[in-house]
Ligand binder design. Structure first.
Ligand code: ADP
Length: 444
């Protein structure tokens, strides 16, 4: 086992990893930008190193500073969290070359799945259903038009290097293809430094359902149930839950088997997520995320497995601690992302937290890095807290969520709390009758 883990991240996920390390008796190193000097992860870690100015490029994405911080403090492993360098195969490689352990999958698996157009091919070759679309990326708008004709409109153009909902453009008819193709490429180039785009049939009323997977270095891969993440705004998740109200045991089993098959095909190790779109009883592979997800607590609550500790154990070469045999989810869990943003326009709203009261009581978990008088910096994502609710079934979870959101107070910045309260009173949401288009029609 490691003795000291450096966390190459900030915010709530840095605290989450520190919590796991502390409980395992491991020392921790926090790295931080100049803007994050007063952050809790800096205070809670055994050591801390400033790795650069506020801009992520010069701090949380600065590989040489992070490696130097690990060497100076004597860390022997690095946990990348999510975002930042977590899905950068080059970083994972360098960590290994510096005789440190990367707490995540092998660089080859990250690279293979990081190109979403190639990942589709890998999934197809492994016998996992994919959304009809292009083979690899599309090279010209004429190619895109030919494929769109074959599969029929609407279609969606997506960045091969994509993430965070950027570089995605829907085309309802051929006349839109030319301009959307240019826009998608430009956006992809700007966001990821890679203009490649691929094309898929645009499903009109899908659910986003993903399977949590985990592989160890002893050749075992397990699926740990699903998370339904259909409540999104701008293709970004807002509420996640497990189990999905849409899946029966047979479909869950088929989806889990497909996810495990894909992991085995790429020799996957550590935590990962296989994202599917699900519509009319069929599911299609969309992409794989080769890291711990923001919404991992939902799975922790219904499986009783501490996924971050499991990541650390598996990275140290230990076998998965998940018992063999049939696997069942217990009760129900939901996560509400509390962002510093306008609940109507979704514009980020950084600033000083003037008042804070966190809900508690049965079945309530809050993963957060904020405190009263904390200043939310404008440089990073707007996630303030994750409210994770567990109940014996979906109805109890909804009631508990309403109660907890009533008690949740954040003043000083606008947050998504009022939006969540409103969603919890929506009839369709209560019935579980949702799709990724839910927010399109939601007035608040
Ligand atoms: P990113 O990695 O940028 O988050 P994803 O490929 O995970 O992108 O897609 C994000 C969301 O965009 C999905 O959850 C879904 O709502 C929507 N989406 C993506 N592809 C399709 C598609 N082919 N049809 C319908 N919706 C899609």
């Amino acid at each position: 086992m490691f003795s000291k883990v450096l966390i190459a991240n900030r915010g709530e996920i840095a605290l989450r990893v520190i919590a796991a390390c502390k409980e395992m008796g491991l020392k921790t190193v926090a790295v931080h930008s100049e803007a994050d000097r007063d952050s809790l992860h800096v205070r809670y870690a055994d050591d801390d190193v400033c790795i650069g100015p506020a801009a992520s490029k010069q701090s949380y994405l600065n590989i040489s500073s992070i490696i130097a911080a690990a060497e100076i403090t004597g860390a022997d492993a690095i946990h990348p969290g999510y975002g930042f360098l977590s899905e950068n195969p080059h970083f994972a490689e360098i960590v290994g070359e510096c005789q440190l352990t990367f707490i995540g999958p092998p660089p080859e698996a990250i690279r293979l799945m990081g190109d979403k157009a190639r990942a589709r091919e890998t999934a197809k070759n492994a016998g996992v259903p994919i959304i009809p679309g292009s083979e690899g990326s599309v090279k010209t708008v004429e190619d895109a038009a030919a494929i769109a004709h074959q599969i029929g409109f609407p279609v969606i153009l997506k960045a091969a290097a994509g993430g965070g909902g950027r570089g995605m453009r829907i085309c309802w008819k051929e006349s839109e293809l030319q301009s959307q193709y240019e826009t998608a490429r430009n956006e992809a180039e700007r966001a990821f430094g890679d203009a490649s785009v691929y094309l898929e049939k645009y499903l009109e009323r899908p659910r986003h359902i993903e399977i949590q997977v985990f592989g160890d270095t002893h050749g075992r891969v397990v699926a740990l149930g699903e998370r339904e993440c259909s409540i999104q705004r701008r293709h970004q998740k807002l509420i996640e839950e497990s189990p999905s109200p849409a899946l029966d045991d047979a479909t869950r089993k088929r989806m889990s088997e497909a996810a495990v098959k894909l992991c085995q095909a790429v020799n996957y190790v550590n935590a990962g997520t296989i994202e599917f779109l699900y519509q009319d009883g069929d599911f299609y592979f969309m992409e794989m995320n080769t890291r711990i997800q923001v919404e991992h607590p939902v799975t922790e609550e219904v499986t009783g497995i501490d996924l971050v500790k499991e990541q650390i154990r598996v990275a140290a070469g230990e076998p998965l601690s998940v018992p063999h045999g049939e696997f069942r989810l217990r009760g129900h869990a939901m996560e509400f992302r509390i962002n510093a943003e306008d609940p109507v326009t979704f514009a980020p709203n950084p600033g000083k937290i003037r008042e804070l009261h966190l809900p508690g009581g049965p079945g309530v978990r809050v993963d957060t890095h904020v405190y009263r008088d904390y200043v939310v910096p404008p440089h990073y994502d707007s996630l303030l807290a994750k409210l994770v609710i567990r109940g014996k079934d979906r109805m109890e979870t909804l009631a508990r969520a309403r109660r907890a959101l009533e008690q949740f107070v954040i003043e000083g910045v606008k947050t998504s709390i009022p939006l969540h309260r409103a969603i919890l009173n929506n009839e369709k949401f209560i019935r579980g009758d949702i799709s990724t288009r839910f927010m399109d029609h939601f007035t608040f």
